[in-house]
Design a protein around this ligand. Structure first.
Ligand code: C5P
Length: 308
């Protein structure tokens, strides 16, 4: 029986290091970042349908657009056009279903993960023959974080974040994420960064070598003091309540607390599964955030999960 649908599981990310510099020729900020995937996942299912469409399932269903602006929908159309242009298979319209657990507008690249998942699912469903370099090129057209979604694990990002090189590490850390109902717009956070640090126009961001060494040891105590995010200050200026969340986590056993990407999700690195549970209870009881989940590091990126 021919394949009818493909589901790709795609993880969220945190940035363990995020250094922001001046603008590139396209108006994006030059970045040096260390991406790290965590096992908070979305499942993206693609199947043939009479029309192009997307639906979102789960607690975030009402806040994700399902029109043409949806990044996963744009991804399936983009790879279909790519295949046609190069004389490959000419895929029909598809329906994309996203079973969503990654927070929306949370700084964890949920939309980018879905787009990466949709590219991989479409490629598999119709045997389009796109290799990783092809997928990466298409991913970069969709957004700065999408290429990392294909690679996953831990990776060094440069350019505007879209040039991704895997970092070999088997380190597995425990994380707690504190979510906030208010979203934070990524462009607004970058604009606030420019406002706060006008001198950054001349900065050339470089990777933190010490952090790369700490990842090799896998000891969370080595990693904790090196985690750094240049977008934390602007995110805090735009949403001051995040400071209380950071303080609560730091005073309840977290080894490190930081804003994830452009926020507003706050990430905590903890020692163990038990400390993760303790911290979740403390955060929930304090009422400083609206939801809290735990996760561990995830070794891969968007990968085929089921083929039916
Ligand atoms: O690439 P992506 O679509 O995710 O970026 C969203 C917005 O975030 C951009 O339009 C830009 O305002 C900002 N951004 C930036 N520099 C980057 C990445 C994103 O200024 N390297």
């Amino acid at each position: 029986m021919p394949t009818r649908q493909v589901t790709v599981r795609t993880p969220a990310k945190v940035n363990l290091d995020l250094s922001v510099g001046g603008l590139d020729e396209n108006g994006f900020h030059k970045l040096s970042t260390i991406f790290h995937a965590v096992d908070l996942v979305d499942d993206v299912t693609v199947r043939e349908a009479p029309d192009w469409s997307v639906e979102v399932l789960g607690p975030y269903a009402s806040v994700v657009p399902v029109d043409d602006s949806n990044l996963a929908l744009r991804a399936v159309k983009l790879i279909a056009q790519w295949s046609e242009r190069r004389g490959g298979p000419c895929p029909p319209a598809v329906h994309v279903s996203i079973d969503k657990s990654i927070p929306v507008a949370g700084g964890m690249a949920g939309g980018s993960a879905d787009a990466a998942g949709a590219l991989v699912a479409m490629n598999e469903l119709f045997d389009l023959g796109a290799e990783l370099p092809d997928l990466t090129e298409l991913a970069a057209q969709l957004g700065s974080d999408v290429p990392f979604g294909l690679v996953g694990g831990t990776a060094l990002g440069s350019g505007r974040g879209d040039e991704v090189v895997p970092v070999l590490t088997s380190a597995k850390y425990h994380w707690v994420f504190a979510m906030h109902d208010e979203g934070l717009s990524t462009p607004k956070v970058f604009r606030k960064f420019d406002e706060l640090f006008p001198e950054s126009a001349h900065w050339e961001p470089t990777p933190n070598e010490d952090l790369l060494v700490a990842l090799r040891s896998g000891d969370p105590g080595d990693l904790a003091p090196l985690i750094h995010n240049d977008l934390e200050r602007p995110a805090l200026e735009l949403l001051p309540r995040l400071q209380q969340t950071l303080d609560t986590g730091r005073s309840n056993g977290a080894l490190a607390g930081f804003v994830s990407g452009s926020g507003p999700t706050v990430a905590f690195l903890v020692e163990s599964r038990t400390s993760a549970l303790d911290l979740m209870v403390a955060l929930a009881a304090s009422g400083v955030c609206d939801n809290v989940v735990s996760a561990t590091s995830h070794p891969g990126g968007a990968r085929v999960h089921t083929v039916e």
